[in-house]
Design a protein around this ligand. Structure first.
Ligand code: ADP
Ligand code: MG
Length: 212
């Protein structure tokens, strides 16, 4: 499956979720490649930092922040079980190319009182891609949820009626995610039996269930 994490907003968790999803699948024995489509190269930075740890490599990260990404990805996908595309912020041409490559688009969003979870432009690009690729699936993913707060509940309620729909599995706000990524690690490596590992497993399973 080719999964793209896309949102023109920066800081919503595209890189965090892309690396954890890839890491979980790799640990389950799947062959995974991460495509870093963000010119800032955060996923590549993570991969470089990982080289200084004693952790297993798990998957390769390739930098491909080019509009021609959609032409490269099928060849990568032929040699892998899953390709995870860590999307760029704001660059419409790259976004379009990732939309051409993907089977599934995940749009990370944070609990927010405003309805600006994803820009109208991003949703228009998605709708355009789906008009000629009807099998292109998409889901919002609620990231950085803080317990039973009103704002988390209201965001989830507001997203219920949206197109695309909301993935049932959610990811909480946890310092562990930021710490692990900063050290070239993954949250489930730091705390294998903890709540992050559990919610990530549920997340990966619900994403896998959307395979075409
Ligand atoms: P994007 O790739 O969309 O720009 P990142 O994955 O880099 O977003 O996340 C932006 C910042 O938020 C990073 O500092 C990251 O560590 C932090 N972050 C992302 N998701 C979580 C989370 N669930 N809990 C805590 N911090 C998070
Ligand atoms: Mg990023």
């Amino acid at each position: 499956m080719i999964v793209a994490l896309l949102n023109q907003k920066g800081g919503v968790g595209k890189t965090t979720l892309a690396l954890h999803l890839a890491g979980l699948w790799a640990r389950q024995g799947r062959r995974v490649v991460v495509v870093d489509a963000d010119p800032q190269g955060s996923a590549l930075d993570w991969s470089q930092a990982r080289g200084d740890t004693d952790c297993p490599r798990l998957f390769a990260v390739l930098g491909l922040s080019r509009d021609t990404l959609f032409r490269e990805v099928p060849d990568l996908a032929a040699g892998a079980d899953h390709v995870v595309i860590d999307g760029p912020p704001r660059i419409a041409s790259l976004m379009r190319s990732a939309l051409l490559a993907a089977d599934l688009v995940l749009i990370p969003v944070q609990p927010s009182p405003l309805d600006g979870w994803a820009s109208a432009e991003m949703l228009a690009l998605l709708a355009e891609a789906q008009s000629f690729r009807p099998n292109l699936a998409a889901r919002f993913v609620l990231n950085r949820c803080v317990g039973r707060t009103v704002i988390a509940r209201e965001t989830a309620a507001a997203l219920e009626g949206q197109v695309p729909s909301l993935l049932r599995a959610r990811i909480a706000q946890r310092v562990l995610y930021a710490e692990a990524i900063g050290q070239g690690r993954l949250a489930f490596e730091q705390d294998p039996d903890g709540p992050a590992a559990r919610e990530l497993a549920a997340f990966a399973a619900s994403v896998a269930s959307l395979a075409p």
